[in-house]
Design a protein around this ligand. Structure first.
Ligand code: DLL
Length: 447
C-alpha cells in the first residue's frame, strides 16, 4: 500500500487526545483487549440470541472454546439475510427497555434491516466517530456542515454525535436543498463538510453556478463515505476546491459510520479494531486470507451490546495492511473499498465493476464525474452503455469535439475493462443527482 512518509498531522496542539488513545495503543495490549472483548461478546451473543446459540450448538462450540484471537475462525459467519429472517428484533441481545435508538437500512428488496443501540453503544459510536473526525484533522473550533441524511440512515446522527463529542460546532443541515447548502457553506465559515462524495461533486458544480468560488472559502476538509469512490474522484474534488478529501467507512449492521477512517496521510483507512475485529476471507471458500491479500471484509463487533455481530460478511472487497502508518497509529488499515462482491456485473463473460468505469472516465481530460452505466439485453446479448455528461461549453461546441471525446472515453474503458462499450455523451444536468448514495448502475436486463 502507498505510504506517505512526509505526513505531518496538522493542528496536533488542539487535537482531542485522550479518547483517541486507543488508536496508538501498543499492539500487545490491543490484542489482549480484543481477546478479552471477543470472549465476552461471544458469551453474550450465545446466551441472549437464539440464532447464535443454535449455530454454535450445531458446531459443538461453546464461547469458552475461544482461547486465542485466531479461534475466531471457528465461529460461523453471519450474513445480511440473517437480519432479514429475524426481522425486526430477533437479533437483539438487550431487552427493548435498554434499547434507546433504532436505525434501519433499506436493501434492494422488501423489508429493511433494523439495527439497535443501547446507551453504551451510542457512547461507543460517538467515540469512534470522534476518532474518525480527529483522524481527518478536525478538532474543537472546527465548523462542520453535516450533510449526511438524518433519519433512519446512520450517516447523519453518527457524524453529528461524533462532531459534538469532539467539541466542534456541528450544523445539522442533513442532505438536500443544495442552494441552501451553498449559502451555509459560504456564510457560516464552514471548515469541514460531511456528505457522500457524489453529493459533494454536485455541491461543487452548484457553487460554481451560483458564482461561489469554493477555493476562497475556509472549507479545508471533506469527510466522504457511504459509497465507493476512486482516487481519480479524490483528485478531481481536491483540484476543484481547497479541501483534503477523506474516505470514511462503515455499515449499519456494525454501527454505521465510524468503523474505519483515513488519517491525514490519506493512505488507507484505519479500522477502529478495539471495537470491530477485521478478517479478510476468500468470498468463495470462506477461508481466512493472509494480511495484504484482497478478499471480503468480515467484521465482528467486540463491544456492541444491543446487537452483536459475529463474523459479519460485509460483501465489501479490500485487504488488510499491517504496516506501520506514518501517522503513528497502531491500529491496522484497510485499503479503500472500491467494490462490493455483489456489485460486479458480467458483460459478455467479462467481470466489470462500476469503479473501473469511474477510473477510466476520470483518466480522460475534460470529463465531469456524472455518469451512469446502463445495462440492457438485446436478442440475448448483454450490452453496456456508459452515459457521460459533458460541460455546457463542450455540449454547445462542434460535433467533432464530442465525437473525439466519446472515442477517448471508449478507449479508456476498453484499456481498463477489456470490453467495448457504447459511450453516449449527454446534456449537462441530465443525469439525476443524488443527495445521498449515487445510483451508478441502471440494470434494465431484469426489468
Ligand atoms: O453507508 C454508513 C456510512 C455513513 C458510512 C456515512 C460512511 C459515511 P449503510 O447504508 O448500511 O451504511 O451502507 C453500508 O456502504 O457495506 C459499503 O458497501 C458502502 N460504503 C460505506 N462507506 C464506504 C466507503 C453507511 N467509504 C455500505 N467506500 C457498505 C466504499 C462504502 N463503500
Amino acid at each position: 500500500m502507498e505510504q506517505t512518509q512526509t505526513c505531518q498531522p496538522s493542528g496536533s496542539a488542539t487535537r482531542f487526545n485522550p479518547e483517541s488513545a486507543p488508536d496508538y495503543v501498543p499492539l500487545k495490549q490491543l490484542r489482549a483487549l480484543q481477546l478479552h472483548r471477543l470472549q465476552a461478546i461471544v458469551g453474550r451473543a450465545y446466551e441472549r440470541v437464539e440464532l447464535y446459540r443454535k449455530r454454535l450448538d450445531a458446531l459443538g462450540l461453546k464461547p469458552q472454546d475461544l482461547r486465542k484471537l485466531a479461534d475466531i475462525a471457528k465461529l460461523p459467519f453471519t450474513v445480511k439475510t440473517d437480519l432479514r429472517d429475524t426481522y425486526p428484533y430477533g437479533m437483539f441481545a438487550s431487552p427493548l427497555e435498554e434499547i434507546v435508538r433504532l436505525h434501519a437500512s433499506s436493501g434492494t428488496t422488501g423489508k429493511p434491516i433494523v439495527v439497535a443501540y443501547t446507551k453504551v453503544d451510542l457512547d461507543v459510536w460517538s467515540s469512534v466517530m470522534m476518532r474518525t473526525l480527529s483522524a481527518c484533522g478536525l478538532h474543537r473550533g472546527d465548523i462542520i456542515q453535516n450533510a449526511y441524511g438524518y433519519g433512519l440512515f446512520t450517516g447523519g446522527l453518527g457524524a453529528h454525535y461524533g462532531a459534538e463529542a469532539l467539541g466542534a460546532t456541528v450544523i445539522p443541515i442533513s442532505g438536500g436543498n443544495t442552494d441552501r447548502q451553498i449559502m451555509v457553506l459560504k456564510d457560516f465559515g464552514v471548515t469541514a463538510i460531511c456528505c457522500t462524495p457524489s453529493y459533494f461533486v454536485h455541491l461543487v458544480e452548484k457553487a460554481l453556478e451560483m458564482g461561489v468560488n469554493m477555493k476562497t472559502l475556509p472549507l479545508r476538509a471533506g469527510i466522504f463515505g457511504a459509497e465507493p469512490w476512486t482516487e481519480a474522484m479524490r483528485r478531481y474534488v481536491q483540484e476543484h476546491t481547497n479541501i483534503k478529501a477523506y474516505d470514511i467507512y462503515g455499515l449499519s449492521e456494525i454501527i454505521g459510520p465510524g468503523v474505519a477512517s483515513e488519517c491525514e496521510c490519506q493512505a488507507g483507512l484505519h479500522i477502529f479494531e478495539d471495537h470491530f475485529y477485521p478478517e479478510i476471507i476468500d468470498p468463495q471458500s470462506g477461508a481466512v486470507l493472509p494480511d495484504g491479500q484482497e478478499g471480503e471484509l468480515v467484521l465482528t463487533t467486540l463491544s456492541k451490546q444491543a446487537m452483536p455481530m459475529l463474523r459479519y460478511r460485509t460483501r465489501d472487497i479490500t485487504s488488510l495492511d499491517t504496516e506501520a502508518c506514518a501517522c503513528g497509529r497502531t491500529i491496522r488499515r484497510i485499503k479503500r473499498i472500491a467494490r462490493r462482491s455483489d456489485d460486479m456485473f458480467i458483460i459478455r463473460g467479462v467481470n466489470v465493476f462500476p469503479s473501473q468505469v469511474e477510473t477510466a472516465l476520470m483518466n480522460v481530460e475534460g470529463t465531469v464525474p456524472h455518469y451512469q452505466i446502463v445495462l440492457t439485453r438485446e436478442q440475448g446479448l448483454d450490452k453496456m452503455e456508459v452515459r457521460v455528461e459533458v460541460t455546457p461549453e463542450l455540449f454547445s461546441d462542434k460535433v467533432g469535439a464530442m465525437e473525439t471525446l466519446a472515442k477517448k472515453i471508449g478507449h479508456s474503458i476498453f484499456n481498463i475493462t477489456g470490453i467495448h462499450v457504447q459511450v453516449t455523451l449527454v446534456e449537462p444536468r441530465s443525469i439525476p443527482r443524488s443527495e445521498g448514495k449515487a445510483k451508478r448502475v441502471l440494470d434494465q436486463r431484469k426489468m
